[in-house]
Design a protein around this ligand. Structure first.
Ligand code: MLT
Ligand code: MN
Ligand code: ZN
Length: 318
């Protein structure tokens, strides 16, 4: 499957966003999962579409791209999206990539492990907060990105930086938790700091996009910040907080994993009800989520509230 869009067309002046992978950790279907969605998507039941793990790409011109997170399926995602193929017209042979920058929003396996796929001698910038960067630096496997050409740059909360030329971005803390593999005895699921961030992205025409694939709580400050945006890509992990328990595939609630649920009186759909955003798109969707199934009551509920359920290859022209 190729997302058949040329990377060399005349430069549009407004931001483009591509959903590379709309699934949460594990993907859809997940290798070991027998939940109703996973069983049916493997059987090819209409209304269900496989999704790879959580990542998006942003460009102001279709030439230089920033990846938002590096998923385990990054190689496949780069293959499937033509805009991300090498396409320097001046180059015959040799190596090139339109991937200019990779920004990591937390240290989760689904968001960070794909850096390994960007081996090895390709110039690229890897941006993350100092706390997330320290996880990369502590793990020697990421040494496969050769530091003579790959720069690892710490970005600070609330300090704007250039994401790709012509695009300004700012990372901000959102409630969340440390990655699963760093959880100790007691887990704080509502930490606010450098370990989980959202990204505010502004194009040259003033268009504004938010990328928030993990969020435990929509705080009043977050709500105020997002208001008036052209688009938000938001944590769509679960529909019901306890759906993994009810479906017999896990013991954790969404809250325990640091994720808001879509449904319910304290869920995302309700929390965003009075927030003016032109396009609202769920990403990081867990395979158990009933809203993945087209036509389901949950899917109809989120769509009636103006939400789109993200899918691999989805493109937003802002
Ligand atoms: C999450 O988003 O909660 C994590 O990706 C979970 C995990 O690492 O499996
Ligand atoms: Mn995740
Ligand atoms: Zn499943």
């Amino acid at each position: 499957m190729t997302n058949d869009r040329e990377g060399q067309e005349a430069a549009p002046s407004r931001l483009r966003a591509l959903v590379l992978g709309a699934a949460a950790g594990g993907g859809f279907p997940q290798w070991n999962c027998n939940c109703a969605n996973c069983v049916d998507v493997r059987r090819g039941v209409p209304g269900l579409t496989p999704r790879t793990q959580s990542s998006a790409a942003i460009s102001p011109d279709g030439r230089a791209w920033a990846l938002l997170n590096a998923s385990p399926e990054i190689t496949l995602q780069l293959q499937r999206n033509r805009a991300l193929h090498p396409h320097d017209p001046a180059l015959v042979g040799g190596r090139h990539s339109p991937v200019h920058t990779v920004l990591i929003t937390n240290g989760d396996v689904d968001h960070m492990s794909g850096l390994i796929g960007l081996r090895e001698m390709q110039a690229v910038r890897v941006l993350a907060t100092a706390e997330i960067l320290s996880l990369i630096e502590q793990n020697p496997i990421f040494g496969v990105l050769n530091r003579s050409v790959v720069s690892f740059e710490a970005i600070r909360l609330e300090e704007p930086f250039e994401l790709v030329p012509g695009v300004r971005a700012t990372v901000f803390a959102v409630p969340g938790k440390v990655p699963l593999y760093l959880e100790g005895e007691t887990v704080v699921t509502d930490l606010v700091g450098e370990q989980t961030v959202g990204v505010e992205i502004e194009g040259s025409q003033g268009e504004r996009l938010y990328y928030i694939p993990g969020c435990a709580r929509l705080t009043p400050a977050l709500k105020a910040r997002i208001a008036g945006a052209d688009a938000v890509m938001f944590d769509g992990t679960l529909y019901d907080d306890d759906e993994m328990i009810r479906q017999g595939v896990g013991v954790k609630t969404g809250a325990r994993m640091g994720h808001m649920a879509m449904g319910g009186s304290d869920g995302t759909v309700q929390a965003f009800k009075d927030v003016a955003v032109k396009r609202r798109v769920f990403v990081h969707i867990n395979n158990t989520n009933p809203a993945l199934r087209e036509g389901s009551p949950e899917r109809r509920t989120v769509e009636a509230a103006g939400w789109e359920v993200g899918y691999d290859g989805m493109e937003l022209q802002l």
